[in-house]
Design a protein. Structure first.
Length: 193
């Protein structure tokens, strides 16, 4: 299975050895995979490390994929396995995790929940990616980088009111584009940041 391309859903070949292709896949799935892994290992920094390792493997192996659904399946499986392996490793090395191993054992139902949640997040991120540049930047900085509106205003050299306006317009567009449950999850994530 060592080759440098995979086919997208339209059937055209995409070179995985090309940095722009890898970057597109990375940007599309990185945050979702981190969220998925964090639900298993319970640590955002461990999840980030795990996902980075999986993406490095993806880059190094240059595997061939039939379509983007195939690569998504690969990422979920690889991140899940790496997360469970990390969890097992940590559990073996500390008594605290050994006592909590029964609590941290993840059932099939919770994995399915995590996959569904990750798919909803993917849909949200895809819709955010379609926003006009300034609205997209404000939502991305607020949601993914956990920055406050004043920090975003300072970083972009804009007034706080301008940032609020961009965020408001972005949310209005996303409310129309996203299913109600997805939009509510987005609002919940923004309120938590």
């Amino acid at each position: 299975m060592n080759n440098s391309s995979f086919k997208d859903t339209a059937g055209s070949v995409i070179e995985m050895s090309r940095p722009d292709t890898f970057d597109r896949i990375f940007r599309l799935y990185h945050a979702i995979m981190c969220s998925f892994s964090e639900r298993i290992v319970g640590s955002s920094s461990d999840a980030e490390d795990i996902v980075e390792e999986v993406f490095l493997q993806l880059w190094d192996k240059k595997s061939i994929f039939n379509n983007e659904e195939h690569i998504r399946f690969f990422l979920y499986r690889a991140v899940r396995n790496a997360s469970l392996n990390r969890l097992k490793s940590v559990q073996r090395t500390t008594e605290k995790h050994q006592l909590g191993s029964n609590e941290s054992a993840t059932s099939l139902e919770s994995h399915l929940y995590q996959i569904i949640r990750s798919e909803i997040l993917l849909n949200i991120y895809q819709e955010i990616d379609k926003l006009p540049p300034q609205e997209k930047k404000v939502i991305t900085l607020n949601l993914l980088e956990d920055k406050k509106l004043q920090e975003i205003a300072d970083e972009l050299g804009l007034s706080l009111q301008s940032i609020k306006n961009y965020k408001s317009r972005a949310l209005a567009k996303l409310r129309l584009r996203l299913p109600k449950d997805s939009y509510l999850l987005l609002i919940t994530l923004l309120l938590a940041s």
